[in-house]
Design a protein. Structure first.
Length: 111
């Protein structure tokens, strides 16, 4: 059975082991193993209701290896060989601009 991810709330009805019909609702963003017939039926009703999983398996995080060096622990502490952008914290955007200085009353206009 192909695994698909629901983009909207989808309800399927299946028979369980005892032959009883069971209703299952799949929430948006959740993966579920649909049958080929269910996929065809859902696509006929709402073509964009299901999508193939793209990066869902890529979110697995590898465990750190013991004895491996962690290079990003000392960012900005050595100072040599680092970019200015990495060593300098970012400035806040926006804020008030300083007022312009008034022109001097006795300024010379002779240029």
């Amino acid at each position: 059975m192909p695994k698909r991810i629901a983009t909207i709330s989808v309800t399927v009805i299946r028979e369980n082991e005892s032959g009883k019909r069971v209703r299952k609702t799949i929430e948006p963003g959740k993966a579920y193993n649909f049958t080929d017939a269910e996929i065809d039926q859902i696509k006929g009703i709402h073509p964009t209701a299901l999508r193939k999983p793209v990066n869902e398996t890529a979110v697995e995080v590898e465990e750190p290896v013991e004895g491996a060096e962690d290079d990003d622990d000392d960012l900005g502490t050595e100072g040599e060989g680092e970019d200015e952008a990495e060593a300098t914290p970012a400035k806040k955007a926006g804020g008030k601009k300083p007022k312009a200085k008034p022109a001097a009353a006795d300024a010379d206009d002779d240029i």
